[in-house]
Design a protein around this ligand. Structure first.
Ligand SMILES: CC(C)(COP(=O)(O)OP(=O)(O)OC[C@H]1O[C@@H](n2cnc3c(N)ncnc32)[C@H](O)[C@@H]1OP(=O)(O)O)[C@@H](O)C(=O)NCCC(=O)NCCS
Length: 154
């Protein structure tokens, strides 16, 4: 995939391999055989919110950004989190204006009191949370997309 800052692949690869071995959910969008976007949802409960799962990775390859791929990838992760019984989704986001603007647009909220353990893991990041119940309409539409009934999301 293109658009990773130097060192990011080396840092993320062992984390994602561990998540995969741990039962994490991985979803890739392909353009022919080229990977255009990826979403990864962790399998372990995190934070102090009840039933909170972490969106461990969301990336759209640079040539494919601003074309509406990030949003359905996010919504598919939301649908999977709900399928796994989660109530909240946690996002430790790169502190760039674009990334935070993207998540706020999708209904995420900045965590006012980040969990200390989560803060320690990625202190540079901005921590956000997504209330799955409050955004249940979006999630149910995405669930249809997972089932192959409707590729559109809100
Ligand atoms: C962040 C990222 C996933 C967004 O993916 P994308 O495919 O470009 O986003 P989309 O085109 O699906 O945009 C989705 C929505 O967010 C909105 N949006 C995107 N960037 C925005 C911004 N900076 N401010 C406000 N809204 C924004 C879009 O307008 C769109 O809303 P709409 O459908 O209502 O018009 C992608 O830019 C990326 O991979 N960046 C690098 C890696 C990264 O930062 N990942 C997240 C790490 S935690």
């Amino acid at each position: 995939m293109r658009g990773w800052p130097p060192g990011t692949a080396g840092k993320n690869t062992p984390i994602l391999e561990a998540s995969h071995d741990d039962g994490g959910w991985f979803f890739g969008l392909f353009d022919d055989h080229r990977l255009a976007g990826v979403a990864v949802l962790g399998s372990r409960l995190v934070g102090k919110r009840p039933r909170m799962l972490q969106l461990e990775f969301l990336h759209v390859s640079s040539p494919y950004r601003h074309q509406g791929l990030g949003k359905p990838l996010f919504n598919l992760a939301v649908a999977e989190a709900r399928r796994r019984g989660a109530k909240w989704m946690y996002i430790s986001a790169t502190p760039s204006e674009h990334t935070i603007g993207f998540y706020l647009r999708l209904g995420c909220q900045v965590m006012l009191e980040p969990d200390p353990d989560l803060f320690e893991l990625e202190p540079e990041d901005i921590r956000l949370e997504y209330d799955l119940d409050a955004n249940s309409v979006v999630a149910s539409v995405a669930q249809d997309a997972v089932s192959g009934q409707c590729p559109e999301t809100t």
